[in-house]
Design a binder for this molecule. Structure first.
Ligand code: MG
Length: 255
């Protein structure tokens, strides 16, 4: 199943994508719901971020190919991105005026489906996930790591539009061997596989849930492979994960 949120006639709905159609969902997308038998063509609706999270967690340094000489972390290194940073598959990424270099980070994103607290068995983790989507952990490097870096990553990771996700959530997906690719203006700039993960999805969720209750719709960005590319106004940036889809956003400068 491919789950979306979309705007039609000025109203937001949850829906299921079937072929090139969207079928409206009634009920609770995290619980009991029904899918309408009729389609609206996907080109006739605006796709929204597929869920509205109460929080967004990111994992730092989770691909060996991204370490660049840094020591491999011995525990899950998590950080928060504000829900204000959320964006959808048809939204712009806006570069703040004084940010300097801003990078894209193509990532596999786990979406929580049920309240999740203190999970201790690896095999239980799957019961708490709604599914997976593509994400871009947009990062203002100078605020994060430069000589003028902030004490916390608040604006480096949480400026508005810095967490686009989508285009939909795939409910049946194996994150243990997923290919992930990022393109800028059609050129491949990141190319990785989750076999390169330092911590697997169950290890990440178990660790987070020991300290924070994860709520339905919460997002866990699982890290980025390789070297990350800088974004410039006008760029079209795509994050593709086979069996999920392509998240495509356009970059613009803040007005
Ligand atoms: Mg990241």
């Amino acid at each position: 199943m491919k789950l979306v949120r979309y705007l039609s006639g000025g109203e937001a709905y949850y829906g299921a994508v079937v072929g090139d159609g969207v079928r409206r969902i009634t009920g609770d997308p995290f619980g009991k719901y029904t899918v309408a038998p009729t389609n609206q063509h996907i080109s006739q609706v605006k796709l929204l971020p597929p869920v509205i999270p109460s929080k967004i967690v990111g994992i730092a340094l989770n691909y060996r190919s991204h370490l660049a000489g840094r020591p491999e972390p011995t525990r899950v290194e998590a950080f928060l991105k504000g829900p204000n940073a959320l964006g959808g598959p048809e939204d712009f990424i806006v570069l703040p005026k004084d940010a300097g270099r801003v990078d894209a980070e193509g990532e596999l994103v786990a979406v929580i489906g049920r309240p999740c607290r203190n999970i201790t068995k690896r095999e239980d983790v799957w019961d708490y996930l709604m599914g997976f989507t593509c994400g871009n952990d947009v990062s203002a490097r100078e605020w994060q790591l430069g000589k003028d870096q902030d004490m916390q990553w608040w604006r480096a990771k949480s400026s508005d539009t810095f967490a686009p996700i989508g285009p939909w959530i795939v409910t049946e997906f194996d994150p243990s061997n997923a290919h992930i690719m990022t393109r800028i203006n059609g050129q491949v700039v990141q190319n990785g596989t989750t076999q390169d993960f330092i911590f697997t999805v169950p290890e990440i969720i178990m660790t987070l849930s020991r300290y924070m209750t994860l709520e339905p719709g919460d997002l866990v960005f699982t890290g980025t492979p390789g070297t990350t590319p800088a974004l410039n106004p006008g760029d079209e940036i795509e994050v593709e994960i086979p069996n999920i889809g392509v998240l495509r956003n356009t970059v613009k400068a803040a007005e």
